[in-house]
Design a protein around this ligand. Structure first.
Ligand SMILES: Nc1nc2c(c(=O)[nH]1)N[C@H]1C(S)=C(S)[C@@H](COP(=O)(O)O)O[C@H]1N2
Ligand SMILES: [Mo]
Length: 547
């Protein structure tokens, strides 16, 4: 035990019998963690009260971390943690803060000034992180400042409880008067029952305050946020409806992903640690740059335009061969090409640099949007306003392009510019500036490592080559001959297509492989390439055991 008198900084004699049942450094480390909890709870509450949850220290620092992390790390995170990548980041950050807080708490025992300086330094970092975010306001330093004050008070408050006093003289009353000098001849602290009770009381008080403030902050934030979604919105009828999908686009094979992906099952990939909430009443879209007539549209302006309904399958460039980051929806939106033409596209423009409410950008090849395909500024998905996680109030959807170069969610700004002049978020991080979706196919039935009985076995899956269309899917077993699979009806070149075949399975271990050919005659190559820089290639394979 190393308790000492902070007033005179005299080390306890080494010969001192260990009379304290709870070692002070460990206690003070725990108090450091509690102080951090109060700092974070207070900051969360402050962020909620100023209506800027994204300015809270965890989210602000986490967002800066996301933007600073290299492409391979993002790729690793998506591959390893999938949709939980953000939770993993927040938990890691909380862990790092806890360790730092423990160290600060321990330091507070001997070097209180140093501890408070360290705390202030961390808070300053959090404040700077919040201020550096796109769309930051001056008030965004508030959460970190409130956190710093809360954390400092908590450190000081608990430190008093840790001060050693002459053995046998510890009383709660003495603890309440910590300013009193302690004689240098004092025996090291004896953690009497009374003292432990006081520490426990102080610790629980801080913990309680932390939980209360953090909980109140979260409650306020979620109440405010639920008012900024489109659930109450009445969607206009499409001027150009899509018509019912033929039933024959679905093969009704158990285990096959449904042709239309329900909104709540649709994959989500973005850099937003907290889903941006943009009230549609406040939303505007600016169209500017290399145009003759810059325009600014409100959400009402958008709804007043003729709306088209289109079936479009969206895919993420980070999808591994056989991976889950593809989904199909029926989108409702305005014609993006028409909107740009109205603004008067100037010669020389070759890129649409779109920007979201949270400062993310995508570069879309202008020629793709203008070539007649159904590029949309979408407001609804599968008959409902866009869910907040999928871009409410509005997002872009361009058939045939990976999401990172086309599908900007929470879009607020379209700038016509040139690839030579400006680069978008992922392009700056090493991904391709133009990225048409590569032809892909995956086996969904049977599942990898499934055990199936010998005899006829249904093999089925999905294939896509958006804006070209799927012409053929082939399957082979154990490097045998490729055999044509049966295709479900096509819903158009912009959607994925289901396929199936029957395999006469003999007992043993077998490897099933699939490859697709698109309507331009291009067959998926065998060569395995990683997602970076413009999409994975290779054939999906599944190992099964036939019994
Ligand atoms: N604002 C914003 N929009 C974004 C992204 C993003 O990080 N921020 N990610 C893009 C990527 S990489 C993909 S694949 C699609 C995914 O759309 P979804 O989450 O609705 O499936 O959104 C795109 N739009
Ligand atoms: Mo993506």
């Amino acid at each position: 035990m190393t308790a000492e008198t902070p007033a005179c900084k005299v080390e306890a004699p080494a010969s001192t019998p260990a009379s304290t049942p709870v070692p002070a450094p460990r206690v003070s480390a725990a108090f450091g963690v509690l102080a951090a909890a109060l700092a974070l709870g207070g900051a969360e509450l402050a962020a909620a009260l100023v209506g800027r949850p994204e300015a809270g220290p965890l989210l602000a620092v986490g967002s800066v971390f996301i933007d600073l992390s290299p492409a391979w790390l993002k790729d690793f995170a998506i591959r390893t943690f999938g949709a939980a990548d953000k939770l993993v980041l927040l938990l890691t950050l909380a862990g790092v803060i806890a360790v730092a807080a423990g160290v600060i708490g321990t330091a507070a025992l001997r070097r209180p000034r140093l501890a408070i300086t360290a705390l202030a330094g961390l808070a300053a970092l959090a404040g700077a992180a919040a201020l550096s975010r796109p769309g930051a306001r001056p008030a965004d330093v508030l959460p970190a400042s409130v956190g710093a004050v809360g954390g400092t008070l908590a450190l000081l408050y608990t430190r008093r409880g840790l001060r050693p006093r002459p053995a046998g003289q510890v009383t709660p009353a003495a603890l309440a008067r910590p300013g009193q000098p302690v004689p240098s001849t004092a025996q090291p602290a004896r953690m009497a029952g009374a003292e432990r009770r006081v520490l426990l009381t102080r610790g629980s008080a801080i913990l309680g305050l932390a939980v209360l403030s953090g909980g109140a902050g979260r409650a306020i934030t979620s109440a405010r946020r639920s008012s900024a979604d489109g659930r109450a919105l009445v969607l206009p009828r499409p001027a150009d409806p899509a018509g019912a999908l033929p039933a024959s686009v679905s093969l009704n094979v158990p285990g096959l992903s449904p042709f239309t992906t329900p909104n709540d099952a649709f994959y989500r990939v973005d850099t937003a640690l907290i889903v941006p909430r943009v009230p549609h009443q406040e939303w505007t879209l600016r169209v500017h740059g290399l145009v003759d007539r810059p325009v600014e549209l409100s959400f009402a302006d958008l709804l007043a335009r003729p709306l088209s309904e289109r079936d479009i399958t969206l895919t993420c460039v980070s999808n591994e061969v056989g991976g889950p980051y593809a989904g199909h929806a029926r989108w409702l939106g305005v014609d993006l090409a028409a909107l740009l033409r109205e603004a008067g596209i100037r010669p020389g423009a070759d890129q649409i640099l779109s920007c979201s409410a949270d400062g993310w950008t995508a570069s879309t090849a202008l020629e793709s949007v203008l070539d007649g395909r159904d590029a949309l500024l979408a407001i609804a998905m599968n008959g409902a306003a866009l869910p907040p996680a999928h871009g409410f109030p509005a997002r872009m959807i361009v058939p045939g392009l990976y999401g990172y170069v086309s599908a900007t969610k929470w879009v607020i700004d379209l700038k016509l510019t040139r690839f030579a002049d400006e680069r978008a978020y992922w392009t700056r991080r090493g991904w391709a500036e133009r990225a048409p979706i590569k032809t892909a196919s995956r086996i969904e039935v049977p599942k990898p490592f499934a055990e199936v009985p010998a005899g006829p076995v249904t093999v089925a899956g999905t294939a896509w080559a958006q804006h070209r269309g799927i012409a053929a899917v082939e399957v082979r077993v154990d490097d045998g001959a490729w055999r044509q699979a049966d295709l479900a009806a096509s819903a158009g070149p912009d959607t994925w297509r289901q396929w199936q075949t029957t395999w006469q399975a003999a007992p043993g271990q077998h490897r099933l492989e699939v490859r697709a050919t698109d309507a331009t005659g291009h067959t998926q190559p065998a060569e395995r390439l990683p997602p970076i820089p413009d999409g994975a290639t290779g054939w999906h394979s599944v190992l099964v055991t036939v019994t």
